[in-house]
Design a protein around this ligand. Structure first.
Ligand SMILES: *Cc1c(COP(=O)(O)O)cnc(C)c1O
Length: 379
């Protein structure tokens, strides 16, 4: 008998979400904003330790606001991790700027400090410093923020930390998402917690978040009539969605430990198969293991990630390739790509041989054993 579809990662409610949504109904704070939004923003501040937060309708919107606030505009250059979901890069284009994509290293899968350094050397020699650097924390692992930040600081360029996937992760004892001038989180349906759709912009700069709050609500000046002195957006999170977020924050730590247990069971299950190389965890950091990812080393086996996907799919189990890097996307064909040395492309290697295994926290141990058995059967 075929079991129900096993998902990569799907919404997993904690139990109190409906209570907070109901509160919004009971007080008729369906809109605008309201207590759930305020409380949800406060929870994120307390959880991550930042000074200020602005809930948004999406993580993409939060990136757009962040890049706007650091002054990205027409014909500017913005450095951005190549190995990511397209939403890290699209807001650069919304603002009329041009992304330059930076390769990953193989120990974090995130932006390679050597490649970033090369990019700065190349573009500063052309007198074209980027206006910002978008650094992504892939699959819940922080990038090497100390090294990357030192390079950005040297050139005086602000970081927008795309922590859409890494809420709950830590790097050198500090919460992921708190390393840049701005950090952003996503609460899209498949993320570690969800508001059905939503995001959050965070920063230690309270003035900057005040400005973000204004821009996110159509940039209305403080006047009874509708007056606007700058460009704004309609980017705030609804009070209903924020109610879901409040309930989800109560189970975030539980979800992180569940995700980490799922990863550990895979690592243990595949320990005798040398060709399956589980995504590393940087020393002195905590991966939230949003998705359990691995590389199938082509030098050790003929089995490919697509063989694994097909085998799992026969059992009604979802898996995915690793994100297709931005510099290989048709839409970004014209954009520059910089790696540690000419001819090297780690993000393409990870894309060609990587796989994201089912990481749903509702998946039972028995079902996960099945996943492991099906994959082991191929080797
Ligand atoms: C999900 C995601 C986003 C976008 O967040 P949305 O809330 O879906 O707009 C941005 N960057 C990365 C790396 C993501 O995974």
């Amino acid at each position: 008998m075929m079991q129900e579809r096993v998902f990569l990662s799907s919404p997993h409610m904690g139990g109190n979400e409906e209570k907070y949504v109901k509160e919004a109904f009971d007080t008729n704070w369906i809109a605008p904003l309201g207590k759930n939004v305020n409380e949800f923003e406060k929870q994120i501040r307390e959880y991550t330790g930042v000074n200020a937060s602005c809930a948004t309708g999406s993580g993409t919107g939060a990136i757009h606001l962040a890049l706007d606030l650091v002054g990205v505009g027409r014909d500017d250059i913005v450095f951005c991790s190549s190995l990511t979901f397209v939403a890290s890069a699209n807001p650069i284009v919304y603002l009329g700027a041009k992304p330059v994509f930076i390769d990953s290293d193989l120990d974090s899968w995130n932006m390679d400090p050597k490649a970033l350094k090369r990019a700065f050397e190349k573009y500063s020699a052309m007198n074209q410093l980027p206006k910002a650097v978008v650094i992504v924390n892939l699959y819940g692992q922080s990038a090497k923020m100390d090294e990357l930040k030192a390079i950005c600081d040297e050139y005086g360029v602000p970081i927008v930390e795309d922590a859409a996937e890494s809420l709950g992760a830590e790097y050198q004892g500090k919460m992921s998402g708190t390393f840049g001038k701005f950090g952003i989180f996503s609460f899209n349906g498949n993320k570690i917690i969800t508001t059905s759709g939503g995001g959050m912009l965070v920063s230690d700069d309270e003035e900057a978040i005040k400005h973000a709050l204004k821009k996110a609500t159509q940039a209305r000046d403080n006047a009874p009539h509708y007056q606007h002195s700058e460009l704004g957006y309609n980017y705030r999170l609804s009070n209903i969605s924020a109610g879901i977020g409040r309930g989800q924050m109560e189970v975030l730590d539980l979800r992180v430990s569940q995700k980490r247990e799922i990863f550990d069971r895979y690592a243990d299950g595949f320990k005798d198969i040398k060709a399956i190389e589980m995504m590393p965890e940087l020393p002195n950091s905590k991966h939230n293991r949003w998705l359990s990812a691995a590389v199938i080393n082509p030098e050790l086996t003929d089995v490919t990630y697509s063989d694994i996907m097909a085998a799992l799919n026969e059992h009604n189990i979802e898996s995915r390739p690793v994100w297709k890097p931005m510099h290989l996307q048709p839409f970004f064909e014209e954009c520059d790509f910089i790696s540690e040395a000419d001819g090297i492309d780690h993000s393409n290697y990870l894309f060609d041989h990587g796989i994201c295994l089912p990481s749903d926290t509702k998946m039972t141990k028995e079902v996960q054993d099945k996943v492991i058995e099906v994959i082991k059967g191929l080797f």
